[in-house]
Design a protein around this ligand. Structure first.
Ligand code: DGL
Length: 267
């Protein structure tokens, strides 16, 4: 069991930002990643549809004998993590909780901002969880849907992105937050512009590192750490050629040799 892979999934390739941190934190672990590039984005979809798609991805990985599941997608983690936990015989790690724990540690003003997709923000998962841990903390959130295509197009250093960021973040700037949760897989790619827009005194908390650390702790606690030469397999549900170009921005070179396309009906 210990040398079985970790299953990581996302609505697309954005979750590779999380997979990359898992490789860094756990270099002896094998990973199977699946990104639903045929049906991304999940952000604007209903809870029912997100849940159905997410269960298909989880089942694809469970059939491949993964020893745990990492829900690398904020939209899935925020809307239906509990549904994934119900169908999974192995431990499940989402991105919402570890990111919140880190943000709470960092914040001194007790005012935390959250940005994410429409699905993530509408779910109120971040607010509810933060307030259940510390009711004194005020949470302000805003959906930033255009950040996803902007990151995929590689416009992380573009004037248009600055304008979009200024518009999306202007209300949050007035709230006096000292910590901003980047509640979406894609947003770490726009780190520079988001930081510049919010000002350097605001700490940006992204999901990738805290999630990888939480996973490491879980594997240690459950005696599930691997001790083998790691193997990486990456699956997408559409367009692996285009995906390869974009994915290199999210992850790196390792991907090229191991990317396979699978048809949606086989999920
Ligand atoms: N992976 C999604 C997230 O982290 C962003 C892309 C999408 O909308 O599916 O929320």
């Amino acid at each position: 069991m210990n040398n079985n892979p970790i299953g990581v999934f996302d609505s697309g390739i954005g979750g590779l930002t999380v997979a990359k941190e898992i490789v860094k934190a756990l270099p002896r672990e094998s990973i199977i990643y699946i990104g639903d590039t045929a049906r991304v984005p999940y952000g604007p979809r209903s809870k029912e549809v997100i849940t159905r798609f997410a269960k298909e991805l989880a089942n694809f990985l469970l059939k491949r004998q993964v020893k745990c599941l990492v829900v690398a997608c904020n939209t899935i983690s925020a809307t239906c993590l509990d549904e994934i936990e119900k169908i999974s015989p192995v431990p499940v790690v989402g991105v919402v909780e570890p990111t919140i724990e880190m943000a709470i540690q960092v914040s001194k003003s007790n005012k935390i901002g959250v940005i994410g997709t429409v699905g993530t923000i509408n779910s109120k998962a971040y607010e509810k969880k933060i307030q259940s841990l510390n009711s004194k903390i005020q949470v302000y959130s805003t959906a930033c849907p255009l950040f996803v295509p902007i990151a995929e197009e590689g416009l992380d250093d573009h004037q248009a992105t600055e304008l979009v960021a200024k518009d999306y973040l202007k209300d949050l700037k007035d709230k006096g937050i000292d910590t901003l949760i980047l509640g979406c897989t894609h947003y770490p790619l726009l780190y520079k512009i988001i930081q510049k827009t919010m000002g350097k005194e605001v700490v940006l908390a992204d999901s990738a590192k805290p999630t990888a650390e939480k996973l490491k702790k879980l594997l240690e606690e459950k005696n599930l750490l691997a001790d083998a030469k790691p193997k990486y397999e990456f699956y997408v549900t559409d367009a692996p050629e285009r995906v390869l170009v974009v994915a290199s921005r999210f992850f790196g070179k390792v991907l090229n040799a191991n990317l396979k396309q699978i048809a949606l009906p086989t999920l």
